[in-house]
Design a protein around this ligand. Structure first.
Ligand SMILES: [Zn+2]
Length: 289
C-alpha cells in the first residue's frame, strides 16, 4: 500500500492489484514533528498509527530485549529516519530483527532502509508476493508455520495464521507480556474492526476466524491490531466472532438471493463497513455464493 500519499482508496487499489500510477510524495503531516512513542511495558513500546488508525500507518511495536531490539511492522521507506529517531529516544540497543506481519507496504516498505545486518523476517508467502511485485527489501528470513527468536532470556514467537487478510499473515507473540501483534488480521478505527480481504493475494473471509483461533491459542492478555486501538483478549474474541458473523450473514444473504448492491448496503448498515472493506465486495459475494 502507498496510502499516506493518496488515502485508503489507493491502498485498496494496491491491495487488490489494480494498476496505480506513481504519485509524487508529499511530506505527511505526522513527519513534521517527532513521532510519539508510547510505553506499554518497561521494555516494550508502540508507535501508534496516527489518527487513531484512520491513517495508513499501522501500529509498530518496539521490543528491547537487552540483546537487541525487535521491531514489528516498520512503516514506509519515507518514514525510516523518523522511526529510527523514535526508537533511539527509548533505547540505545541495536535493532536486530524487523518482522513484517504481512507484505503490504505500510508493514514492509522500510525493509530496505535498515542496515544489512538487520534481519528482515516474514512468512514464505509474504516474500513471494514482495518478489512478484518487485517491492524493495524482501525478507531474508522466512518460515512456513512457526519460528521462535531467542534474544538472551527473551523469546518472540511467530506463527503463520493461514489465509485471511492475505495468504501470508502471521501473529507475533511476546510471552514476556502475553502480547500478540496481529497485523491486518485485526484492523480498524475507533474500536470498530472489519476485515479487508486481499483476494488477489490469497485472502479469504471464510478462513479468517480459524486463522484468528491460532492467535488465540497463545496465552493472550494484550492485543495489538494492525491499525486501531490496542485491546485485550476479549477484544480479539469479539473481533473473531464478528468476522464469523459476517461470513454467516454473507451465506444467508446469498440464500435470500440478495443482489451485490443490496449486500453492499447491508454490510454498511449491519457491520459498519467502510470503503476499504467494501473494495473486496465482489470477492466476498463470490466466496459465499
Ligand atoms: Zn494489509
Amino acid at each position: 500500500m502507498r496510502p499516506h500519499r493518496v488515502g485508503w482508496l489507493l491502498a485498496a487499489c494496491m491491495m487488490f492489484g489494480a494498476p496505480v500510477a506513481p504519485v509524487k510524495a508529499a511530506q505527511p503531516a505526522y513527519l513534521t514533528s517527532v513521532l510519539k512513542v508510547r510505553q506499554l511495558h518497561p521494555n516494550m513500546y508502540v508507535i501508534e498509527g496516527p489518527a487513531n488508525g484512520e491513517g495508513p500507518n499501522p501500529n509498530m511495536i518496539i521490543y528491547a530485549t537487552g540483546h537487541g531490539v525487535v521491531v514489528v511492522d516498520p512503516w514506509f521507506a519515507i518514514d525510516y529516519l523518523h522511526v529510527l529517531a523514535a526508537i533511539r529516544s527509548v533505547t540505545s540497543e541495536p535493532v536486530r530483527y524487523v518482522v513484517n506481519t504481512h507484505f503490504h507496504e505500510d508493514h514492509s516498505g522500510a525493509n530496505a532502509e535498515w542496515p544489512a545486518d538487520v534481519m528482515i523476517i516474514a512468512q514464505d508467502n509474504s516474500r513471494k508476493h514482495m518478489l512478484e511485485q518487485a517491492m524493495p527489501g524482501p525478507p531474508n528470513i522466512t518460515f512456513s508455520d512457526e519460528l521462535t527468536l531467542h534474544l538472551g532470556e527473551k523469546t518472540v514467537r511467530l506463527r503463520y495464521l493461514g489465509p485471511g487478510h492475505t495468504d501470508g499473515d502471521i501473529a507475533v507473540y511476546f510471552p514476556e507480556w502475553k502480547t500478540v501483534c496481529l497485523g491486518d488480521m485485526m484492523a480498524g478505527t475507533k474500536g470498530v474492526t472489519n476485515p479487508v480481504v486481499g483476494y488477489a493475494s490469497g485472502g479469504t473471509l471464510a478462513g479468517w476466524p480459524r486463522a484468528l483461533d491460532k492467535a488465540l491459542a497463545f496465552d493472550v492478555a494484550e492485543v495489538v491490531p494492525g491499525h486501531g486501538a490496542i485491546t485485550g483478549r476479549d477484544g480479539l474474541v469479539a473481533h473473531r466472532d464478528k468476522v464469523a458473523a459476517i461470513g454467516d450473514s454473507l451465506r444467508a444473504w446469498d440464500r435470500a438471493k440478495k443482489s451485490a448492491a443490496e449486500i453492499h448496503d447491508l454490510l454498511i448498515s449491519t457491520y459498519g463497513f467502510k470503503p476499504i472493506n467494501l473494495a473486496s465486495l465482489d470477492g466476498l459475494v463470490t466466496e459465499f455464493r
